[in-house]
Design a binder for this molecule. Sequence first.
Ligand code: LLP
Length: 426
Amino acid sequence: MTDGAVHLEAIDLDQLAAKLGMPIYAYSSAAIVESYRSFATAVGEDVSICFAVKANGNLTILTQLAKLGCGMDIVSGGELERALAAGVSPLRIIFSGVGKTREEITQALDAGIHQFNVESASELDLIADVATGRSVRAPVALRVNPDVDALTHDKISTGRKGDKFGIDLDHAYELYARAAATASLNPVGLAVHIGSQIMDLEPYRRAYTRIAKLAQQLRAGGYPVRRLDLGGGLGISYGHATPPSLDSYASVIRDTVGGLCAELAVEPGRRLIGEAGILLAQVLHIKPTHDADIVVIDAAMNDLARPALYGSLHPVTMLRPRPGPARPCRIVGPVCESADAFGLYTHLPALLPGDRIAFLYAGAYGAAMASTYNARPLVPEVLVDGSRYAIIRRRQTVAEMMALEADPRWRDMKLSDRSDLGAISA
Ligand code: LLP
């Protein structure tokens, strides 16, 4: 724009931030539509896209994706409720995750979801037991650990031997056979997910090739393997690297599992929503030091945890860019620990209290991972559509936070008083 202002669609972000207050997440509706459509076009109609709700579970965003035809990949009973509330058909819901509880399995069976991705023999037995009790057959896919290094951050790698995820490749055949022999289970296929923020397609190729081989072995043994769930994990740029193109990812799918005549699904999270969102914040204080200014802003690790957790560097831009010599700065939040730091930036002019900034590429695992640490209310979210905006999660109040807590009413454990149980499980 000619005035140098930074816009999200047709909205001047400095004005929006001034109006709504900070910190706040803002998403571009058009960017969400665009990333979903590009993904769908690249992989083709035959591949079902199930958005990983964990990346961003806001109901408005889930509803928007569902209207575009997207299914959902969930990992908890809470995410199931969110997906259903967003109008997603249970037949488009896949339940992933390494630690499903009896209650969650019951909830998902009753909802009639498409598939459970099972991660252990113990979980398989639990699903069988719950399904028997409800006189249904549970559709299960085995999530296999293919022992492939996704070449990404250690904390978001999931497909190496020894990672907590998936069933060891060597045990998968036997477990599939066990599922097939269990009346309350309907083994429908295999699943794999090797990690997140993956920037190299070779690990996908290796993992999918191993899954394809296992599928063929199972079929040769008389076990139908109708579905293959290829997981998520495709990376985005974060401003400093080029991620694999959607077309080249789609070619890997075609080359490895395309010939198996299986129903294919993918579970992207970050690639669908990461680039569509930003976090707006305001500079509070400047503390000059010998080598860089420490810039204290009003957003913190409780609002955007990725830098503290994974050392991620989200590009920053000023909402009213100002010319001037660059001055290195370390941007930090107000939370009382040194982990509350967003990183060292060397491209910005000297920042001043009151300046408003945006962290880019914050649509995935941003608001979704926010907490109330330091009694900071959950960060609000706003959706932009052309020159309109809508608040899609309002700012939480401290009173709402405190409302969950109560003055202690002591109970004697030896007495069988069950009146508190509802309050705890609610
Ligand atoms: N499917 C399964 C089974 C998953 O565990 C995940 C992510 C996905 C799909 C989606 O992956 P994506 O396409 O979004 O990479 N908090 C971390 C990322 C954790 C990813 C966990 N699982 C971060 O901020 O980088």
